[in-house]
Design a protein around this ligand. Structure first.
Ligand SMILES: [Zn+2]
Length: 343
């Protein structure tokens, strides 16, 4: 029985291969996306889903699609998975606005405000207080967050050949413009370096995060992280838009000259957060800017105790580059202060 099944499967596979080789390439035409049709050479912005229920209304966010006039891959941009990380919205919106569908090969799809309620209210989390970036691939029978994660994830899996997920630092922390990628995946690493950010940081990302789950589904994915939450920062946004354009040039979607890829020497395999020591909370200030190259033992920040006026100096544990840091604020024991990528 097993033998005959194997023979049958082999025959089917071989027949399939022969058919594929003989068949002409499929004609390029309109894109069918979420019950809409976008003709070749045109752009559309519309509602992701119009669900006539209270919970369904949280899916009523925007989707932008540009269908090129010529065949090519589909690049997807996602932003506001964390609803307070507004730079990402502007990167997606501006990159889409700058795309001329008549000059495009392939398709650009942007989901610029996935946690649309968080965008309105400034909340990182979903209306049910869950972190959307731990809920992928989602569950259509789960919580409100799982439901939204599931529907977004299915759309990405169905349509995207590559993904750039856009983020910023969390809470009162800023990130040096950087790309995060699983260094073990050659295709994703190539996207990361071509993006051309100041640094590339290695790591697979946490379980349930959009990037990691999309990678597990076989789609190369990277994160662009830049700046602070709750702000629109022009330099960080411009660097992100340039990065998206560099990736589109790399994928053959648009022509033009890309900026230089991130050099191999600026790709870091590991990083570490320096934290406020136990009992040393107080008023925190950094002594070094984002992007500073530091050596082991160097003083890089301090915490003043407002009761005693004693100063605790924060020293680098190892040589590296500062890729993230807290803005001046009151900090408590264990608070993540300075993020150092290690050479
Ligand atoms: Zn984020």
């Amino acid at each position: 029985m097993k033998g005959s099944l194997t023979t049958l499967l082999t025959t089917l596979l071989l027949t399939g291969t022969a058919l594929a080789a003989d068949a002409p390439p499929p004609a390029w035409g309109a894109l069918d996306l979420l019950q809409r049709t976008i003709p070749a050479g045109e752009k559309r912005k519309f509602s992701f889903q119009e669900v006539p229920t209270f919970e369904g209304s949280f899916l009523n966010t925007a989707i932008f699609a540009a269908r090129g006039s010529r065949p090519g891959p589909t690049l997807c941009l996602t932003a506001l998975v964390h609803g307070d990380e507004r730079n990402g919205f502007e990167v997606a919106r501006t990159a889409f606005a700058a795309t001329d569908a008549r000059q495009l090969a392939g398709t650009l799809i942007a989901l610029p405000a996935i946690n649309v309620n968080g965008f309105r209210t400034g909340s990182r989390y979903m209306p049910d207080r869950r972190d959307l970036n731990r809920a992928f691939p989602g569950d259509t029978k789960g919580s409100n967050t799982s439901l939204i994660a599931g529907i977004v994830f299915d759309t990405i899996r169905q349509h995207c050949d590559a993904l750039i997920d856009l983020h910023t630092g969390s809470f009162d922390r800023a990130n040096l413009p950087q790309v995060r990628v699983d260094l073990a995946n050659a295709r994703a690493l190539e996207l990361a370096r071509r993006f051309g950010a100041a640094v590339v940081m290695g790591g697979a990302g946490p379980k349930g995060s959009l990037r990691r789950e999309v990678m597990d589904a076989g789609i190369p994915a990277i994160i662009y992280e830049a700046g602070l939450p709750l702000r629109f920062e022009p330099a960080e946004i411009a660097a992100g838009v340039q990065g998206v354009r560099n990736v589109m040039i790399h994928l053959g979607m648009v022509t033009g000259k890309a900026s230089e890829p991130t050099p191999a020497s600026r790709v870091y395999a590991s990083s570490r957060w320096l934290r406020a020591p136990v009992g040393q909370g107080g008023v925190f200030y950094a002594d070094k800017p984002l992007g500073a190259v530091i050596s082991a033992g160097e003083a890089i920040a301090y915490i003043d105790d407002p009761f005693t006026d004693e100063r605790h100096v924060v020293k680098a544990e190892s040589a590296g580059t500062i890729v993230g840091m807290a803005v001046p604020q009151v900090v408590f024991s264990g608070y993540a202060l300075i993020h150092v990528a290690r050479n």
